[in-house]
Design a protein around this ligand. Sequence first.
Ligand code: GTP
Ligand code: MG
Length: 206
Amino acid sequence: MKIKKSDIETVAVKPSQYPAPDRYEIAFAGRSNVGKSSLLNLLTGRKSLARVSGSPGKTRTINFYLINDDFRIVDLPGYGYAKVSKSESQKWGEMMEQYLENREKLLKVVQLVDIRHKPSAQDVQMYDYLKYYGLSGIVVATKADKVSRNEMQKQMKLIRQTLDMDKSDIIIPVSSLKRTGQDQLLDVIEELLNLAAEAEGGITEE
Ligand code: GTP
Ligand code: MG
């Protein structure tokens, strides 16, 4: 699949602000600064569709992007940002729960982890949570440009083990800097959309 068209549709902090649940959605979750917004820009081929920053905690809202006038990619606010207050992290939890637990057309949540590090306790917690809701199965290992080929294999194994991924779960190394890995992820997303459309008995639009 190629992304030919992408636009920010809605920025939300509560369900009443979400767009109507009339399209399939794929969301991105992960620690603050892991590269969610950069990945969105990579996939869409747009430099600054989503805001990227050196300072963590950039995305504090749920951002809905309409892709190819067909489905949505949803950039979720990052977790694990050290400087947030307790009330802010509570707000974050509520915001995530409200979205993840009730979104009818949400197909999967792509979990992003930094390829250089062993997934944190929060990463594991997030992945378990996604498993519970049937939203897990796709992991993107970000910043793949920061490791050698050898290290990459080693780290992918470590990530797989630490997140306790199923055999059928997939992990894709991606570099937003070197622009690698995006085609594989787009193929996976396309397959998800096709399967969902088939299951619904609908016709897939090209
Ligand atoms: P929040 O919005 O805070 O949740 O962060 P985010 O997950 O959206 O991360 P973002 O895309 O803003 O990227 C954070 C930092 O990592 C920025 O400085 C990016 O330039 C950098 N970064 C993102 N992806 C890559 C990558 O593939 N390689 C390298 N080397 N740096 C990257
Ligand atoms: Mg962001």
